[in-house]
Design a protein around this ligand. Structure first.
Ligand code: MTE
Ligand code: MO
Length: 315
């Protein structure tokens, strides 16, 4: 059978979610938010301690510089194509079984391991970081995430010297994720970064938000967040993290490399081919504010890119 993969410019507008369309949906968003979280099933965590919350001490190094986004906005306006291409997937996402959950660490490591989520929660150094998230579609939010440095997880398996990239793989559960039936997308959702980027202190494995376990619509039970990069780099509901020698072909890069590059560092001066990246719309207030180079995290990460000026470092 010949499977015809549509080129980027053939993807229906609703799938590409250009800025104008995204913000034309504010009415829908408000309506969805009006349903309230009451309709959402309780999260199925096995540990009673975790069920009560997932609070951790806040890391004071990360000051958001603006108001924290309301929990209701951050948890009801989501990008998670496995559940659908619009932003109102939070109800559909409750079908993803979060427990039991394991994350496999494999590839070029000294000790391949499969971690049960509860063990990560018990053994990793949990903290809260208030990080900004800047979507390539030019909206942004500020969320208190609970998690631990990716570096701590990598240390537990010991990357070999030949490992150059880290590949992140999202769960693909057909019974819960209707989006997987859209067979022209290159499922599962794959993202990747270099080993140096992964080891950077900012690279954070997220297991909670707003002092609670991470809900499935935001990538529960475990996702990555690298706040100096556009949001699409942040693979959700991760099942496998592999250390590899070759640069992996990522989900969005396979769909449209000219619009969603490998590095995808936030840069207000480099426009997306279809819209400007100079400013961003604040989720909740709708205010428009200037976008910052590296999303304001240059002091932590700009050193990663010296000598790489020939690369397309910006999406
Ligand atoms: N598996 C998976 N991960 C994903 C996505 C997705 O569609 N599937 N969307 C990405 C995009 S484009 C963004 S902006 C962020 C959004 O995270 P949020 O829903 O918590 O705001 O998740 C990223 N991670
Ligand atoms: Mo995004």
């Amino acid at each position: 059978m010949l499977i015809r993969i549509p080129r980027g410019w053939e993807i229906p507008e609703r799938d590409a979610t250009p800025e104008s369309l995204v913000f034309g949906r504010r009415a829908t968003l408000k309506a969805a938010a009006g349903l309230g979280v009451a309709g959402i099933a309780p999260l199925a965590w096995s540990s009673p301690a975790v069920a009560q919350g997932l609070a951790a001490p806040r890391d004071a190094r990360f000051q958001p510089g603006r108001e924290i986004t309301a929990e209701k906005d951050a948890t009801t306006y989501n990008n998670y194509y496995e559940f659908g291409t619009d932003k109102g997937i939070h109800h559909a996402a409750q079908k993803l079984p979060l427990s039991p959950w394991t994350v496999k660490l494999d590839g070029l490591v000294d000790t391949p391991r499969e971690f049960a989520l509860e063990d990560l929660l018990k053994t990793m150094p949990l903290e809260e970081r208030v990080y900004r998230l800047r979507c390539v579609e030019a909206w942004s939010m500020v969320v208190p995430w609970t998690g631990f440095p990716l570096a701590a997880l990598l240390k537990a398996v010991g990357p070999k010297p030949e490992a150059r990239y880290v590949r992140f793989e999202t769960a693909a559960v057909p019974s819960a994720m209707p989006g997987l039936r859209q067979s022209w997308y290159p499922w599962p959702y794959i993202e990747a970064c270099t080993v140096e980027e992964a080891a950077n202190d900012l690279s954070f494995m997220v297991v909670g938000a707003y002092g609670k376990p991470l809900p499935p619509q935001n990538g529960g039970p475990i996702r990555i967040h690298q706040p100096w990069k556009y949001g699409f780099k942040a693979g959700k509901s991760l099942v496998k993290i592999s250390l590899v020698a070759q640069r992996p072909k990522t989900f969005w890069e396979s769909i449209q490399a000219s619009e969603y590059g490998f590095w995808a560092n936030v840069n207000p001066e480099v426009s997306h081919p279809r819209w400007s990246q100079a400013s961003e719309r604040v989720l909740g207030s709708g205010e428009r504010i200037p976008t910052q180079l590296f999303n304001g995290y240059g002091e932590f990460v700009s050193g990663l890119y010296t000598g790489l000026q020939k690369e397309r470092l910006w999406a």
